[in-house]
Design a protein around this ligand. Structure first.
Ligand code: NAD
Ligand code: 6OH
Length: 491
């Protein structure tokens, strides 16, 4: 494999406050040019055992005695340390994912710091549930619930927004007094190890935050979920992986939180604000090369607007600036890997076989330079497919959508909801009453009206059906990452 121009780094595991090399190294590749950016030390079962043991030991140490206020202070220090290392985190995310530097600087890294700040605020201000209960003998009892940590939490995350999605789970887990063993995606290992340095700088006790690197089956991911001393598993990734993890943890009945795949719909009404809908849908389809779980791959447009909408989105797709991630003007980077590009291209082929009209893209762009060794793909729009087509039903996770017309709100709702997934939807209309009505009928965890990916970190996040189990976000995260213990006192 060709090497990058700089020295090749070695990315290590982090266990009990120490960096540990791991066993067999595997490559960390920059998807923008296929070059090696680092070698990563895979954790074998023995290292995973050590990580879980270290997290268990830390649960009995000073971390368990820290008050909520002290944990909140620690979280704010972590956020400040991320801010101080902003450029390092941006560089790590860009090299691992190939995403444009503008996106990593605007979204991934600031939001990672925000995750620690928001959960510091929430744990400092969250109240406790209490009820005064009337008893049959005319006296009463006071019930109140206290929060206790779950224990050792396994955090398993994907490659699309590596640091953002990791911190979205680590921050509330630590806020609630847990310790964690994180297993970032094998495609994007760097930022989790960099966060270990930040944890050290912020004075987080050894063993509270541990990192193991590796793959899923027969590797660190599976070893972690199989471990009897892991008390809960929080996972973001594909629905099939969620099912495999659920099977593994079923024996020991561990709490799980699953944020899984999607095949999200956007419903564009003829009365929408056309220009802002085009900008919004273009983001919803192409942001991060379509690799955001919330991206829309099905766009339903009210028939009178269809031709104008298809033309305008085609214009957006064809004018997106694909280029080197470190160029500030680049708007779209590559897909994450050669293998993922093969998968997305196989859906481009399938859509054609299923009878699609290719409105834009459909293949691989040519640059005439080293980017041709990367995993770039054209932003793509299809029309003309029946709703039953596999390419309309299955998650592709690339910069692609199918656009279909609708003639009534009932038809739009029925097509949008005709999926086994149910993560997110968006509705575009100038008629707010219609917007509320449509939004409330979506079978999803999250629905936007006249916007997309406008997320307040305090709001519930999660999906229905194949898109997941449970809700995280705000107090919902606090509820997942803690055991509520109800205490009833006769008065
Ligand atoms: P993936 O499921 O392949 O991998 C996710 C993580 O799970 C990786 O760290 C991987 O090593 C690990 N893993 C794989 N098999 C495992 C096993 N058997 N046991 C334990 N760990 C295992 O997902 P991906 O390809 O990294 O990410 C893309 C997918 O994630 C898409 O389906 C996307 O929709 C989904 N996603 C969902 C959300 C959400 O919030 N709902 C957010 C981002 C991504
Ligand atoms: C899924 O790929 C991304 C989810 C991100 C958020 O929900 C967020 O608010 O940052």
């Amino acid at each position: 494999m060709p090497r990058g121009s700089g020295p090749v780094n070695f990315i290590e595991n982090y266990i009990d406050g120490e960096f540990v090399a791991g066993t067999s190294p595997f490559p960390d590749v920059n998807p923008a040019d296929g070059r090696l950016v680092a070698e990563v030390g895979e954790a074998d079962r023995c290292l995973v055992d050590r990580a879980v043991e270290s997290a268990g030991k830390a649960l009995r140490g000073s971390w368990s005695r820290a008050t909520a206020r002290e944990r909140a202070t620690a979280l704010r220090k972590i956020a400040d340390a991320i801010d101080r290392r902003f450029d390092c985190f941006v560089a790590a995310e860009v090299a691992d994912t190939g995403k444009p530097i503008s996106l990593a600087s605007k979204l991934d890294v600031p939001r990672a710091a925000a995750n620690f700040r928001i959960f510091a605020d929430l744990i400092s201000t969250a109240g406790l549930e209490s009820f005064q209960t009337e008893t049959a003998d005319g006296t009463s009892a006071l019930n109140y619930a206290i929060r206790k940590p779950l224990g050792v939490v396994a955090v398993i995350t994907p490659w699309n927004l590596p640091l953002l999605l990791l911190t979205w789970k680590v921050a509330p887990a630590l806020a609630c007094g847990n310790t964690v063993v994180v297993k970032p995606s094998e495609e994007t290992p760097a930022s989790a190890s960099l966060l270990a340095e930040v944890m050290h700088e912020a004075g987080i006790p050894d063993g509270v935050y541990n990192v193991v690197h590796g793959f899923g089956p027969k590797s660190a991911g599976e070893f972690l979920t199989q471990h009897p001393d892991v008390n809960a598993v929080t996972f973001t990734g594909e629905s099939g992986t969620g099912a495999a993890i659920m099977k593994t943890v079923a024996q020991s009945v561990k709490p799980v939180s699953f944020e899984l795949g999607g095949k999200n719909a956007a419903v564009v009404c003829a009365d929408c604000d056309f220009d802002s809908a085009i900008v919004g849908i273009s983001d919803a389809v192409f942001l991060n090369t379509g690799q955001v779980c919330l991206c829309a791959e099905r766009v339903y447009v009210e028939r009178p607007l269809l031709d104008r909408f298809v033309d305008a989105l085609k214009g957006k797709a064809e004018n997106l600036r694909l280029g080197p991630p470190l160029d500030a003007a680049t708007e779209m980077g590559p897909l994450i890997s050669k293998q993922h590009r093969e998968k997305v291209l196989s859906y481009y082929r399938l859509a054609r076989e299923e009878g699609a009209t290719v409105v834009a893209g459909g293949g691989i762009p040519e640059f005439g330079n080293s980017l041709d060794d990367g995993y770039y793909i054209q932003p793509t729009i299809f029309t003309g497919l029946p709703e039953s087509a596999r390419s309309v039903k299955e998650e592709i996770f690339g910069p692609v959508c199918h656009i279909a017309p609708f003639d009534s709100d009932e038809e739009a709702v029925s097509m949008a909801n005709d999926t086994k997934y149910g993560l997110a939807a968006s509705v575009w209309t100038s008629n707010l009453k219609r917007g509320h009505r449509l939004a409330q009928q979506m079978k999803t965890g999250i629905t936007w009206v006249n916007c997309w990916f406008l997320r307040d970190l305090r709001t519930p996040f999660g999906g229905v059906g194949l898109s997941g189990i449970g809700r995280e976000g705000g107090v919902h995260s606090l509820n997942f990452y803690s055991e509520l213990n109800n205490i009833c006192v006769r008065l």
